[in-house]
Design a protein around this ligand. Structure first.
Ligand code: ADP
Length: 454
């Protein structure tokens, strides 16, 4: 069910229940008051008749005649007078006798002095009536025709009012819920229009301060983020294709030129060496992309376990030195108080990749190619400083070097694809750590990696 309909029904239901409660209270209280009032009236009339009989000594025949004249009316009270021994002293109409008095009833009246009860539509009152030192039992019965008619009328009026009010409340509730939810339906229509090709569209109504405006603002902010990441993805793909195309084009051009005519064996060899170098760049690029994809997995999908940082760092060093035996990598471990300080909960492969990239960068941007890593152990985290005395980088490059495919002004100095640092940052962040950098052109560069032990 639509929220609009649910709100309408809920609101109508609530108001209808309140109206019903209100009408019920009015009806019941009127009905109760009418009944009480009528018992009083009955008793008064019965007392009057008893007085006529006992005081004014009006003869029973006259009283019976008066009664008979109005005998058709159910509201004409029928009075009977007994003594306490259940001897009938007077009866308005013994042949009609609306209420059959019994000895038990008389006993009850004597006991309670007054009783009231219903017999069909008749209300009956029986009471002890002391007169000149003698106690009489007087009973009176009649139907409150007028009162009951009023009660019925009240019931009808309340019912009609309730139905009309319920319909009105329903219409008003529908109108209000429509008005209240209109911004939402407008939003739904607008959001339907937004696709990957027009992510620049934004929701209107974000200017206010109410909840709807807040929703629109939140949605628009989400669209901003989506658009940014969509653009970043597009940029990423075009960067990848560019990075792939450059070595491939170079390789094809070289091979085509070489194949265009007969050449001495040494030229073929030279051309093949170039082709192999380009192919190696491609392999390196695809490996880096693969690692980047792995580092972008959901952390819950990555295998984390207790690993020793010193071992991972030494492994990374050996791997870099194996590929580039000319590099010099010094590792200085400061003393650790205990083994817990040396280990982290991490992914060995990814951390090794991050360290290799930092070691390689330090070496490839310095001459002679050398990097020094200093490792300081703390209780909560470990600090690794990758320092080189190389060419450094410009102030303008610093904010961008962690962006995928970004290569600084100093890129002619060394081969690369601009993925290394962004990959290292992603991996360190995955381990809840951080990387910072200090660099000055001509004065070398220091990357500081902070890794918590958890
Ligand atoms: P790549 O090294 O493949 O170019 P990276 O992502 O590893 O890509 O580095 C991005 C850029 O940061 C490099 O192009 C370079 O300009 C700069 N850079 C990174 N490390 C160093 C360093 N140790 N010394 C000087 N510049 C560096």
């Amino acid at each position: 069910m639509k929220l609009r309909n649910r709100l309408t029904l809920l609101f109508t239901g609530m108001i209808a229940a309140l109206l019903l409660l209100f009408a019920g209270v009015v009806y019941l209280s009127y009905s109760h008051d009418r009944e009480e009032e009528y018992y009083k009236t009955l008793q008064q009339q019965a007392v009057t008749k008893a007085n006529l009989l006992l005081d004014a000594k009006v003869s029973p025949e006259v009283l019976q005649l008066i009664y008979k004249n109005a005998a058709g009316s159910r509201s004409q009270e029928e009075v009977a007078v007994y003594d306490t021994a259940f001897n009938l002293l007077y009866h308005d109409a013994v042949n009609i006798d609306k209420v059959k008095e019994t000895r038990q009833m008389i006993r009850e009246i004597v006991l309670h002095k007054e009783i009231t009860f219903h017999e069909d539509n008749l209300q009956v009152v029986g009471f002890l009536y002391p007169h000149n030192g003698t106690a009489y039992i007087v009973t009176a019965a009649a139907e409150d025709e007028y009162g009951l008619r009023q009660l019925q009328l009240l019931f009808r009026t309340l019912l009609i009012t309730f139905l009309v009010a319920a319909v009105l409340v329903f219409l008003v509730a529908r109108f209000f819920s429509q008005q209240a939810l209109k911004p939402v339906s407008d939003m739904v229509d607008k959001v339907e229009e937004i696709t990957a090709t027009n992510l620049d569209l934004r929701l209107a109504g974000a200017a206010g301060k109410d909840e709807m405006a807040e929703l629109a603002q939140t949605f628009n902010r989400m669209l901003d983020r989506l658009e940014q990441s969509f653009d970043a993805q597009k940029q990423f793909v075009s960067n990848i294709s560019h990075e792939l195309r450059t070595p491939l084009t170079a390789m094809m051009a070289e091979l085509e030129i070489t194949a265009s005519r007969d050449r001495p064996a040494e030229e073929y060899r030279q051309s093949m060496r170039h082709a192999i170098a380009d192919a190696q760049r491609l392999v390196k690029l695809s490996n880096s992309l693969l690692d980047l994809a792995k580092a972008s997995y959901d952390p819950s999908e990555i295998n984390f376990r207790e690993i020793r940082l010193d071992e991972v760092l030494m492994d990374a060093r050996s791997a870099v030195l194996q590929a580039h035996p000319e590099y010099k990598i010094n590792v200085v471990f400061e003393e650790a108080d205990d083994d817990d300080m040396v280990s982290v909960n991490g992914n060995e492969y990814l951390l090794k990749v991050a360290f290799m990239n930092l070691l390689e960068n330090g070496c490839k941007f310095s001459a002679p190619p050398a990097t020094t890593v200093t490792v300081t152990w703390f209780k909560a985290h470990t600090i690794l400083r990758f320092a080189d005395d190389g060419i450094g980088m410009s102030k303008e490059d610093l904010p961008h070097i962690f962006t995928p495919f970004y290569r600084g002004d100093n890129r002619p100095y060394a081969d690369g694809n601009g993925i290394g640092l962004s990959l290292a940052l992603k991996i360190v962040r995955l381990h809840k750590g951080n990387i910072s950098v200090v660099s000055k052109p001509g004065h070398g560069t220091t990357f500081t990696v902070e890794l918590p032990h958890i």
